[in-house]
Design a protein around this ligand. Structure first.
Ligand code: 4AZ
Length: 430
């Protein structure tokens, strides 16, 4: 039996034991305090909190961006039958008044319908690409532009667009609708910042304003301009290739800078008009076939070709673009330039003080009465373009010749593209 007091030896042991206890406690306590302060290091805690907050912010930011702001443009093509309008030949060319009026009405009707629908915020615009005949009926091929966020499902958007189109008045069912890549000619994508400055000392062209402009380079140096008329063909001047007819030595570059172009494509074939006459400059036209298809972008795109019978009115505005010199015998420039000129009738251009009869029917004059605004050396082969009332750009001239540059009564002379429209079709099928 052990009494509470115990023996003296027991007491001694107890005394030793109790005497040791404070020491044991002293051993343990500092160790505990040390491990607690390591796990709660304020710097580590701060770092962890900041990292978690930053990761959460990035995740929330990405979610908001993808759900709300990551918009993309989509183009849809459809065909609608216009009820109550019979097809006639006057609808066959976009240049006719009837075509323009009806297209404008159809576009307004589509715009009104979508602006009153639940896609009013997504609808951007519509455009009639073609009016055509189906039996006695008139069919309008249309393209519509929408912006959707990426989370919008393509198939469901298509269904919503289709159902809205079906509600349109005076139209019959559409004939299937497909998302498309924009392939229209003569449409500009950049901001339109035209000015009337000359090429000689003139204004810099903005990216996307003249997306059909091509630089034709021989041994990697700019020689002539050209205009993209399809993803394989460039329209240019015959005189550019007179002494330089080997296609493999040529390349075509796209974009406004010749030193850092957006695309470079090799040349496969050069077709010079058989009746090109260097003395009279007659038939100064050539076609350049690329060795691969150029990729259309908002900065690289084809220009429209005019109809053979399309009227080019004297006095109307046109633009000429190129990397040519800014004074006669000057050097070419590396950034594309633009100049606004006016069409001059062949009669006026052939006056004795002018070219005195040297301007032939397959040619076209453009300039300004007082001179100073003109194409010049290095602009040759490049396009002279005009805009129609529906903001489509047509190539009406090819820079060909002139007496020096920018002199009064000596405007630029261009190959008249309408006169060669059928030749172009025969050579290219376009
Ligand atoms: C040339 O030599 C040239 N002013 C081009 C255009 C004009 C004159 C000369 C028109 O390439």
């Amino acid at each position: 039996m052990v009494s509470p007091a115990g023996t003296s030896r027991q007491r001694e042991q107890v005394a030793i034991a109790t005497a040791r206890k404070p020491e044991e406690k002293a051993d343990i306590r500092p160790a505990r305090v040390a491990s607690a302060s390591r796990s709660l290091n304020p710097y580590v805690v701060f770092f962890v909190v900041v990292a978690v907050v930053a990761i959460l912010a990035v995740i929330i930011g990405l979610l908001v961006y993808f759900l709300a702001f990551d918009q993309k443009s989509s183009f849809y093509q459809s065909s609608i039958q216009i009820l109550g309008v019979r097809y006639s030949n006057e609808f066959s060319s976009p240049a006719t008044e009837k075509y323009r009026t009806l297209s404008g009405n159809i576009e307004s009707m589509i715009t009104r319908t979508f602006k009153e629908s639940d896609l009013k915020n997504q609808f951007i615009k519509s455009h009639v690409v073609k009016l055509r005949q189906s039996g006695n009926d008139l069919i309008a091929d249309i393209v519509m532009k929408f912006t959707f966020t990426r989370r919008n499902n393509e198939a469901s958007m298509k269904r919503r667009i289709e159902s809205i189109l079906h509600q349109m008045p005076n139209t019959s069912e559409d004939f299937g609708m497909t998302p498309i890549q924009l392939t229209q000619c003569g449409v500009r994508s950049g901001l339109i910042t035209l000015s009337g400055d000359r090429i000689m000392g003139g204004s810099k062209a903005e990216e996307g304003d003249w997306p059909w402009q091509v630089s034709l380079q021989w041994s990697n140096s700019h020689r002539c301009g050209g205009a993209l008329i399809s993803n394989r063909w460039i329209l240019s001047a015959a005189h550019c290739f007179r002494s330089y007819s080997e296609p493999r030595q040529w390349i075509a570059t796209f974009g406004t800078s010749t030193t850092s172009p957006r695309q470079r494509v090799g040349v496969m074939r050069i077709l010079i008009h058989n009746n090109y006459n260097p003395e009279t400059h007659e038939n100064d036209i050539a076609l350049v076939q690329l060795d691969r298809e150029v990729t259309y972008t908002r900065y690289i795109h084809r220009v429209c070709l005019p109809e053979a019978n399309q009227a080019i009115s004297p006095g109307s505005t046109a633009y000429v673009t190129g990397w040519g010199s800014q004074s006669y015998s000057g050097s070419t420039v590396s950034e594309l330039k633009q100049a606004q000129v006016n069409i001059i009738s062949n009669n006026i251009c052939n006056a004795p003080a002018g070219y005195n009869g040297a301007v032939l029917p397959g040619m076209l004059c453009a300039g300004v009465p007082q001179g100073g605004v003109d194409a010049c050396q290095g602009d040759s082969g490049g396009p002279l373009v005009q805009e129609d009332s529906r903001q489509h750009w047509f190539i009406v001239g090819i820079v060909s010749w002139g007496y020096q540059c920018g002199l009064p009564d000596k405007p630029g002379v261009y190959t008249r593209v309408t006169a060669y429209r059928d030749w172009i079709t025969r050579q290219t099928g376009i």
